[in-house]
Design a protein around this ligand. Structure first.
Ligand SMILES: C[S@@+](CC[C@H](N)C(=O)[O-])C[C@H]1O[C@@H](n2cnc3c(N)ncnc32)[C@H](O)[C@@H]1O
Length: 204
């Protein structure tokens, strides 16, 4: 039996369906509500929990250099096959520790944590923030979204509030620059999302 990284339960088993679902919506449409927080000059982006690579490819197409982190092997291999962009480097690593990412010793202009944070329990979220916040360069941005609503069968997911997330980020130098809430494009009528973006003020 395959041992799954905590938080990834249900993804590898349903990879083909996840690919169909996540690749059915264009990058620009998914991120239309907060595109103004993304860098407009060539930058270094890290996408943590990058899934099928839709966003990694979207950023690469815009001229950014992208590090895509994805611990589910079935999704990572499909993503590499679907989006063989030379500006994307794929890494097999996971929250909360991100040891392989930290071993690279880099900081990023934009850290994407979309649709992944709610897969971590409270202790993991607290640990993850200590590891993610230092990856954001001083003045850089972190964009994080939280899913709310019924949990799909087989997934590990927690109802994580925007309030908790902003308070936790704030303790690591991350100041809120965008907060919005909306219905899901995918996932049914009971699903909705919080979108939070932060600026790293530590080290400025
Ligand atoms: C809902 S998908 C979102 C994928 C992509 N970010 C997007 O918005 O389309 C959640 C992703 O988080 C990944 N994931 C789950 N637990 C994780 C963890 N502990 N560390 C990193 N990624 C994780 C899953 O494998 C999956 O690819």
């Amino acid at each position: 039996m395959t041992t799954r990284v905590s938080g990834t339960e249900g993804y590898g088993e349903t990879a083909a369906e996840r690919v169909r679902q996540y690749e059915s919506i264009p990058f620009a449409h998914v991120h239309r509500h907060w595109v103004h927080v993304f860098p407009t000059t060539p930058s270094h982006v890290i996408d943590i929990g990058a899934g099928t690579g839709r966003d990694a490819a979207g950023f690469a197409d815009l001229g950014h250099t992208v590090t895509a982190v994805e611990p589910t092997p079935e999704l990572r291999s499909e993503a590499q096959r679907l989006h063989p962009h030379p500006a994307i480097t794929w890494i097999d690593d996971a929250l909360p520790d991100l040891d392989r990412v930290h071993a690279l010793g880099q900081r990023y202009d934009l850290v994407m944590l979309t649709a992944v944070w709610m897969h971590l329990d409270l202790a993991q979220r607290e640990r993850a923030m200590t590891r993610v916040a230092p990856l954001v360069r001083p003045g850089g941005t972190m964009a994080l979204s939280l899913r709310h609503g019924p949990v799909p069968a087989g997934r590990r997911m927690f109802d994580v509030s925007a309030q908790e997330t902003c308070a936790l980020a704030g303790r690591h130098g991350l100041t809120v620059i965008h907060e919005s809430r909306g219905a899901a494009v995918l996932g049914g009528p009971d699903v909705w999302w919080d979108r939070l973006a932060f600026r790293q003020t530590n080290g400025r």
